[in-house]
Write a protein that binds this ligand. Structure first.
Ligand code: NAP
Length: 246
C-alpha cells in the first residue's frame, strides 16, 4: 500500500515512525518545504507544493497512491482543503490525523478570537509586552498595533520583516517545556501571550506557563476542518489502514 502522508507536524513524524513496522506499507512524507532546515526522515519524502488540487490529483495518479493521510497542522487550511478535493475527485480514501484543540483549564485567562487581525486588535491601545508564538506567516497582522513590544518566537525569520518598531526575534524550534517557557516569560516580563489554538503537547508549555504566571492569553481559534474522517490517536489511524478500502 502506497501512502501519501501530508506532514509538517510532530504527529506526522510519529505516524511515520509507527508505519516503519507495518508490513506492505510504503509511506511517502510530503513537506511544504518552507523551513530552511526541515526535519527530514530516513524514508521516502518529497518537498514543495503540488500545484493546487489539480497538481495533487496528478501526483496521486503518477505515484499510484492508495491512501492519503493528512497530518498537516490544524492551521494549514489550504492543504487540507486541497487534499479533500483531490482525493474525492480521484476516489482515494483520505483520513485526517490531527490533534484536538486545547481547552481552557481552571486558572487560564483566555480571550478567544477568530483571526490574527482580531488578535492584534485584542491587544488594546496601551503598549504591552507581548509574546508572539504564531509562526511567521501572519505576523504582518500586528503592524496594525505597532505600539506594543513584541517578542516573536520563530523557526525562520519572516521575510520581509514586519514593520514593527519594537520587535525582537527569538529563533527556536519546539518542543518547549513549561519550566523553560515560564523562565522566559518571567525574564522578558511578558504581559500577554498570543497563541494559535494548535493543540498537541509540543507547544503546550507556554499555555501552562501563562496559567501559572497569571499571564492572559489571546487564543486564535483553528479554522473549521472539512475532513470527513478524523483521528486523534495513532492506534485509530493504523486501524483504519488495516481496514479494506470502502
Ligand atoms: P497551507 O496554507 O494550508 O498550504 C499552502 C500551500 O502550501 C498548499 O496549497 C500547498 O501548495 C503547500 N503545502 C502545504 N503543506 C504541504 C505539505 N505537507 N506538502 C506539500 N505541500 C504543502 O499551509 P501552511 O499553513 O502554509 O503550512 C505549511 C506547512 O507547515 C504545512 O505542511 C503544515 O503542516 C506546516 N505547519 C503549519 C503551521 C501553521 O501554523 N500554519 C504550523 C506548523 C507547521 P500547493 O497548493 O502548491 O500544493
Amino acid at each position: 500500500m502506497r501512502i501519501l502522508l501530508l506532514g509538517g507536524t510532530t504527529e506526522a513524524m510519529a505516524l511515520l515512525a509507527a508505519l516503519a513496522s507495518v508490513p506492505h506499507v510504503t509511506p511517502i512524507l510530503s513537506l511544504a518545504g518552507r523551513t530552511r532546515a526541515p526535519d527530514l526522515p530516513p524514508t521516502a519524502y518529497r518537498l514543495g507544493g503540488f500545484g493546487g488540487v489539480d497538481g495533487l490529483r496528478a501526483y496521486l495518479r503518477a505515484e499510484a497512491i492508495d491512501r492519503v493521510i493528512d497530518a498537516t497542522h490544524p492551521f494549514a487550511e489550504q492543504m487540507t482543503r486541497n487534499a479533500v478535493a483531490a482525493c474525492e475527485g480521484a476516489g482515494i480514501p483520505l483520513a485526517r490525523f490531527t490533534r484536538p484543540p486545547w481547552s481552557a483549564q481552571p486558572g487560564d485567562i483566555w480571550q478567544r478570537v477568530a483571526t490574527m487581525p482580531d488578535a492584534a486588535r485584542a491587544l488594546g491601545t496601551t503598549p504591552r509586552r507581548v509574546f508572539l508564538t504564531i509562526g511567521r506567516l501572519q505576523v504582518a497582522a500586528f503592524e496594525a498595533a505597532p505600539q506594543h513590544a513584541y517578542l516573536l518566537r520563530i523557526i525562520d525569520p519572516p521575510d520581509p520583516l514586519p514593520a514593527l518598531p519594537h520587535l525582537r526575534l527569538l529563533p527556536a524550534r519546539g518542543p518547549f517545556t513549561e519550566a523553560a517557557d515560564r523562565d522566559l516569560m518571567q525574564r522578558e516580563r511578558i504581559e500577554v501571550l498570543v497563541s494559535k489554538n494548535s493543540g498537541g503537547a509540543a507547544t503546550y508549555g507556554k499555555i501552562a506557563a501563562a496559567r501559572s504566571l497569571g499571564v492572559p492569553v489571546i487564543m486564535v481559534a483553528a479554522p473549521p476542518d472539512p475532513s470527513l474522517r478524523q483521528f486523534h490517536d495513532l492506534a485509530s489511524v493504523l486501524d483504519w489502514l488495516h481496514r479494506p478500502a470502502p
